[in-house]
Structure formats: structure tokens, C-alpha cells
Design a protein around this ligand. Structure first.
Ligand SMILES: Nc1ncnc2c1ncn2[C@@H]1O[C@H](COP(=O)(O)OP(=O)(O)OP(=O)(O)O)[C@@H](O)[C@H]1O
Ligand SMILES: [Mg+2]
Length: 597
């Protein structure tokens, strides 16, 4: 299955971006826990430097008690070493204790922000983005960030300080040997810089590919019926295998890069230590250096091996974290719904729902294609219900989606009782307008919760009963736990018609002033449809409604009919007027006419 929406390939390679600058964007989230984080880093620096005292104790032991053959002194030295080791372990434990809880909090906070932001992003954004990409950003990427804050961030600092202190100690012990040890520093640094650039690009690709893979998994789970029904599991599995093979290749490239840098970082210092050992041994033999100093020098060098070796993968983890940050903020930087125009055009005369020269083109449509809606003018008077009829693909669903502002009009405006919806606070708009779409969506919650989400808090049993009655959804009472039965993805599966009726109940439960229904009865049998229509009449009598209809029986619910054709309202009138006067309308209604009567 090929996803046409944003995938890994679409995105520009931005290896030239600065990892540090990207990571700095995390500061607002880290700020609240900064004291803990700095304390933890300080504790870790102390712990790490404690380990550098050990070589000095060794030197004292070798040059003192060992040379003097003093067993008591050796035991004392061993006790010191034990205590130092214990102190180091305790301090590192304390560090963990300090950061674990606050960082879990940071991760949770970022995830909550991302979720909140996703809810506020316009439908157009979600049309454009593959859900797997969003999913992987909310999970894998945030986990990478928490790990970065817990580990590489601290340890790049800790290891840096440890290496610095260690090098100073070594230079103080014997500066010629110290310089020998320092020789590989320059090539190691150059390697790190080159490595970082390459690794950044590959890391980005890998994380994007994880997002694409997530999308495929998600689509195959949601579309499992289609896949099985058409016997497509083989091709689906092939697509999955293809993507995971690509991801595997990218991960292997990452591993190869890491292996290279690790090779350089481990080998060069090791060679330098060997050289220092030979040089030092010669000096000791010549009596220019005490054996204790050489022991101290070499054990300091060995103590620095881990801090130096780990730099490779600490940098790698930091790069991945920078990529994760970038991916996180790509979503967070997307503009949420906004555009509250300040010019409220209140017009007392202009009651009802009115479209004024509305033009609409989908943001992702090709630039040269004609707009879906082109100068739509339509006035639905207060209390009136208007049916909207048009050929399939003529833009009916699009038109209905403009009223609750799921999409923003390209030009023109829509007014509710004279007030421009673009200038209206969203909460107000959504309390005025209720909708039911072609595709009835139920959430993993009880029937009652699903229906009552169509109303302000506080609505109760009577409203629920009334709405279920209007939608002829009494079947809900016969479910295993009545209206408390869980439905949606994690609950009981309902039939298409049952879901449609619950969606209709959701639309009418809040007694909205304006009701927008997109073909609300399409999945019902003729008798149920007639029953819903009979009950719906009472509701329609008290609201202003726009109802997309395909069948004459639904059209007859409405006071008037508007015909949508070629992106504009071609005719408005009663069903019978239009049947007589408009050939296209007569054509659309023909055929279904006989069956419905
Ligand atoms: N999210 C979208 N992005 C881009 N184009 C879209 C989008 N949704 C719909 N379209 C296009 O807009 C046009 C109108 O679609 P719409 O769903 O409004 O038709 P409709 O009248 O509701 O059809 P039907 O009677 O089959 O439900 C179609 O050509 C469709 O391809
Ligand atoms: Mg439609």
C-alpha cells in the first residue's frame, strides 16, 4: 500500500542544521526541572572525579607501603580504595534517583502538549500528514528525548570534565608522558565532527522511516477487512517487508558509522597508552620516574578510557535526540486553527444560515484545478430545513464541512444569524452547530458517552432518551449493558446503520440552533428511514437545518431543496418545483423515485 501523504522521501535533508541549536528548543520543557538536573550533573561530576582519586591512592600505596613491605599500610590503602568505590557507586545511584522522576514528567508534559496541539490543528493538517508519522513522534521520538536528557546530556558534561581533570592529573604526574597521551586528541576530534554530520542525516532518515512503517501497520490494522476481502495480505506483507528492509539498511548504516567512529576513538588512545607505557617503563628503569608515578599515570589513563570511548555513542544519541526534537517541533510549529477575523458583520435582518459568495479549494489540491466550490450563495431562513442535492463528487460534503469550520473558506463568508463564523469563537460556533457526517465515527466509550459528547456537560438521561428516540436508536437499550455498553474500536461492533443512528442521535441531542446532516440516513432500510424521518420532523421544526440528501424521501423532509452543480447552487425551490423546472434535478431524482414511493 502506498501512502500518498507526507513520507520520509518528501522531506529535505537538513544535515546542515545545528544539533545544539535544535536541542536548545527543549529548554522550556527542561526549565522546571533544571535545579534537579544541574544537581544531578554536579553529583555525577563528583562521582566521576572520585574515580580519579583512586590512581593517586595507588601511587601512595606503591611508593609507600608496598615499597616498604608494610602489610598494615597495604590494608589501609585497600580500605581507602573500597570506600572510594562505594562513594562513587552511591553518588551515581543518587544521580539516577534525582533525574528519573522529573524526566518522566518532562516526557509526559511534552507528550500532553503534542496531543493537545494535534487536537487543535486544522483538518487540512491531518489530511496532509500520515497518522503513523504523528504516532511515531508522540512515542519513539519522545522516548529518545527523555533518554537524551537522562544520559548523554549529563554524561557529555561529566565525561568532558573527567577527561579534563584526568589530563591535568596526568600532566602533573609527568608532563612528557601526558603529552604523548594527548597526541590522538586532534584526530579523534576531527573524526567526531565528520561523524556527527553524517550520522545526523542517517538518523533523520531512520526516524522518518519508522514513521512510515508505523503508517503501514496502522493502515493494515484498520483496513484488515479490505485486505482479507481482496486477499491482499501478500502484497501488504510485501510492502511492509520492503519498508522494514529499507529501515534495516538505514539502521545498518548507522551501526557502520558508529563502528567506524568507535574504532578510531578506541584505537588511537589505546596506542597512545601503549606508547606512554613503553616510554614510562624506560624512564622507571633509568630511575627518572618512580614506579608509583607510572602506576598512577597509567591507571589514570585507563580510568579515562570509558569517558573517551563513550563519547562516540553519546554523540550518536545526541544526534538522534536532535532529530527527534526537530521532528517534534515540526508538528508543534504547524499553525493551529486560528484566523479569528475581527470584523464581525452583525446584520439583524440576515437571520438563519447564509453562504455569501463562498469559494473553496482544498489546500493540497493542484494549483491549476478548479475550486470545488465556486461562488456559492445560499440562504437558509431561520427554522427552515434545506436539502442539498447534487451528483456524487459535486462538493456536498465539502460544503457541509465549511459550516463548523473544519475547513476554512478560500473566499466569501458564512453567517449564522448575521454573524460571520470566521469571527466567532470556536466554542460558540460549535455550541450553535451540530453535525453528523457520512462516515459515522464512534469512540471507544459507552453508547451514552458517544451520544452525549454532542452536548454541553450536564446533559443527562432525558436528553439521551429523546435523542435515541429521534434517531430510532432504541436498539441501544437491547445491547448487553444497555446504553452503558462499550462501543467503538475497543468495544462491541455495531452495524453501519446502527452507527449512523448513534451519530444522528449525537447531532440532535444538544438541540442545536443549526443542524448540518451529511446524508444521515443512507445506511437505513426503508422502514427505519421512514421512522427516523417521522421523528426527525419534530426536531427539524425547531432548528435551521442543512441536510445532504440523495433520496426523494429524505429530500421531502426539507422545506426547500438546493441543487449543487459545478461548484455553485444551480437552483433552489421545493422538490416538486425543481422536478418540473430543472432537468438535472429531475435526472438525479429519477430512478430512485419509484423505489421510494
Ligand atoms: N480532503 C480532500 N482533499 C482534496 N480534495 C478533496 C478532499 N475531500 C474531497 N475532495 C475532492 O472534492 C470534491 C468534492 O468532494 P465531496 O466529498 O464534497 O463530494 P460529495 O458531493 O460529498 O460526494 P458524495 O455524494 O459522493 O458524498 C471531490 O472531487 C473530491 O475529490
Ligand atoms: Mg459526500
Amino acid at each position: 500500500m502506498v501512502t500518498t501523504r507526507a513520507t520520509a522521501e518528501d522531506r529535505p535533508d537538513r544535515a546542515d542544521r545545528s544539533a545544539v541549536r535544535t536541542l536548545l528548543r527543549l529548554w522550556p520543557y527542561v526549565r522546571p526541572v533544571r535545579v534537579r538536573l544541574f544537581t544531578a550533573a554536579f553529583v555525577a561530576v563528583v562521582a566521576s572525579c572520585t574515580s580519579l582519586v583512586i590512581p593517586l591512592v595507588l601511587k601512595w600505596m606503591v611508593d609507600g607501603p608496598v615499597a616498604d613491605r608494610d602489610p598494615a599500610g597495604v590494608w589501609l590503602g585497600a580500605l581507602y580504595l573500597l570506600l572510594l568505590g562505594l562513594a562513587e557507586a552511591l553518588l551515581f545511584g543518587l544521580r539516577r534517583l534525582l533525574v528519573a522522576r522529573p524526566l518522566a514528567g518532562v516526557e509526559a508534559g511534552m507528550r500532553a502538549d503534542l496531543y493537545r496541539h494535534l487536537q487543535r490543528l486544522p483538518v487540512a493538517f491531518h489530511d496532509r500528514w500520515a497518522s503513523g508519522q504523528l504516532l511515531s513522534r508522540g512515542t519513539t521520538d519522545l522516548m529518545l528525548l527523555r533518554m537524551f536528557l537522562a544520559f548523554p546530556l549529563t554524561f557529555l558534561l561529566v565525561n568532558g570534565v573527567t577527561i579534563l581533570v584526568g589530563v591535568i592529573i596526568m600532566l602533573l604526574q609527568d608532563w612528557t608522558l601526558g603529552l604523548v597521551i594527548l597526541i590522538p586528541a586532534v584526530p579523534v576530534m576531527v573524526t567526531c565532527v565528520i561523524f556527527e554530520k553524517r550520522y545526523a542525516a542517517v538518523a533523520r532518515r531512520a526516524q522518518d522511516q519508522v514513521g512510515d512503517l508505523t503508517t503501514v501497520v496502522e493502515e493494515s490494522v484498520l483496513g484488515i477487512r479490505i485486505i482479507k476481502g481482496f486477499g491482499r495480505h501478500r502484497s501488504q506483507a510485501l510492502a511492509f517487508r520492503e519498508l522494514s528492509r529499507t529501515l534495516r539498511g538505514t539502521e545498518l548504516r548507522k551501526a557502520r558509522l558508529l563502528a567506524t567512529i568507535w574504532g578510531v576513538i578506541v584505537t588511537l588512545p589505546e596506542v597512545a597508552i601503549g606508547a606512554a607505557l613503553v616510554l614510562g617503563a624506560v624512564q622507571v628503569a633509568d630511575g627518572e620516574l618512580s614506579a608509583g608515578t607510572l602506576v598512577a599515570f597509567l591507571s589514570t589513563a585507563l580510568a579515562l578510557r570509558w569517558p573517551v570511548d563513550s563519547i562516540g555513542f553519546l554523540l550518536a544519541m545526541s544526534q538522534e535526540a536532535a532529530t527527534a526534537t526537530e521532528r517534534y517541533f515540526e508538528v508543534m510549529d504547524a499553525e493551529p486553527e486560528g484566523r479569528e477575523v475581527s470584523t464581525v458583520k452583525e446584520d439583524g435582518e440576515d437571520l438563519g444560515l447564509r453562504f455569501h459568495g463562498v469559494r473553496f479549494r482544498y489546500p493540497d489540491a493542484p494549483a491549476d484545478s478548479p475550486p470545488v466550490l465556486d461562488r456559492v450563495d445560499l440562504h437558509i431562513r431561520p427554522g427552515e430545513s434545506m436539502a442539498l442535492v447534487g451528483a456524487t463528487g459535486s462538493g456536498k460534503t465539502t460544503l457541509t464541512a465549511l459550516v463548523p469550520r473544519l475547513h476554512e473558506v478560500t473566499s466569501g463568508h458564512i453567517t449564522l444569524d448575521g454573524a460571520d463564523i470566521a469571527a466567532m469563537p470556536r466554542e460558540q460556533l460549535r455550541s450553535l452547530v451540530a453535525v453528523a457526517f457520512e462516515e459515522p465515527t464512534l469512540f471507544s466509550a459507552s453508547v451514552a458517552d458517544n451520544v452525549l459528547m454532542g452536548t454541553a456537560d450536564g446533559a443527562g438521561e432525558p436528553e439521551l432518551e429523546r435523542a435515541l428516540a429521534v434517531a430510532q436508536a432504541d436498539f441501544a437499550h437491547a445491547l448487553p449493558h444497555g446504553t452503558e455498553t462499550q462501543v467503538g474500536e475497543q468495544g462491541l461492533s455495531l452495524s453501519g446503520g446502527q452507527r449512523q443512528r448513534l451519530a444522528l442521535a449525537r447531532a440532535v441531542v444538544g438541540r442545536p440552533r443549526f443542524l448540518v446532516l451529511d446524508d444521515p440516513l443512507s445506511a437505513l432500510d426503508v422502514h427505519t428511514e421512514a421512522a427516523v424521518e417521522a421523528a426527525l420532523r419534530d426536531v427539524l421544526a425547531e432548528t435551521t437545518a442543512l441536510i445532504v440528501a440523495h433520496r426523494p424521501s429524505t429530500v421531502l423532509l426539507a422545506d426547500r431543496v438546493a441543487l449543487l452543480s459545478d461548484g455553485r447552487i444551480a437552483a433552489v425551490g421545493t422538490h416538486h418545483e425543481l422536478l418540473r423546472s430543472n432537468a438535472e434535478y429531475a435526472h438525479l431524482m429519477a430512478g430512485t423515485e419509484e423505489a421510494d414511493r
